[in-house]
Design a protein. Structure first.
Length: 192
């Protein structure tokens, strides 16, 4: 699945700056798209919500209100946000939780697609997660997400090199070509 692709050194940006840019609407002007490759992402808040989920509590829109509000605001402003998550089955507890979270994001306008690992074979995707901002626009850039143990987000590296941005656009297009829209993927899982 993953290629041996590397990325050029970028400007290291704290995670709080990325979060703030999403929250205040300044991170991108037209589009944001994410490639996710990990089976587990963590933060203290996520661990608490995941523990509740594993006891049978449902994921609520209220606990995800800031993200959902941002999605609706950006959708209403004509911006697009999407992602493809490459997943392996059987699903980890975290991935089951994340798929539950995705449902409200999908309903709020995020284009979420799932790419089973067997369908990703041969796509030569990179071995790292990234956000692609404003592809095809002046100022297009990539934020490569750097993670620590168990998917703890350490920082992002902002890269503006046109060749690397073009590579990320190619990887986005390849991933989207085989990915399954979230609603169709969920319907297929519930049918089995």
């Amino acid at each position: 699945m993953a290629s041996t692709a590397t990325y050029p050194q970028g400007l290291i940006v704290p995670t709080a700056d990325i979060d703030r840019g999403f929250a205040d609407g300044t991170l991108f002007g037209h589009s944001a798209w994410r490639l996710e490759l990990l089976d587990w992402y963590t933060s203290p808040a996520t661990e608490k919500r995941l523990a509740r989920f594993l006891t049978g509590e449902q994921v609520t829109a209220e606990e995800r209100a800031p993200w959902l509000s941002m999605l609706r605001r950006d959708r209403d402003a004509g911006k697009t946000i999407g992602r493809v998550h490459v997943i392996r089955e059987p699903l980890t507890d975290y991935l089951r939780y994340e798929l539950a979270c995705y449902q409200s994001s999908f309903a709020a306008g995020e284009d979420i697609r799932i790419l089973p690992a067997d369908l990703a074979a041969g796509l030569d995707l990179p071995g790292f997660d990234f956000w692609l901002f404003d592809a095809g626009q002046p100022g297009a850039r990539v934020a490569v997400n750097v993670y620590g143990e168990r998917g703890a987000w350490l920082h992002a590296e902002i890269i503006t090199a046109p060749g690397f941005v073009a590579d990320c656009c190619r990887w986005r297009d390849a991933a989207k070509s085989r990915a399954i829209p979230l609603d169709a993927y969920q319907a297929g899982r519930s049918a089995t």
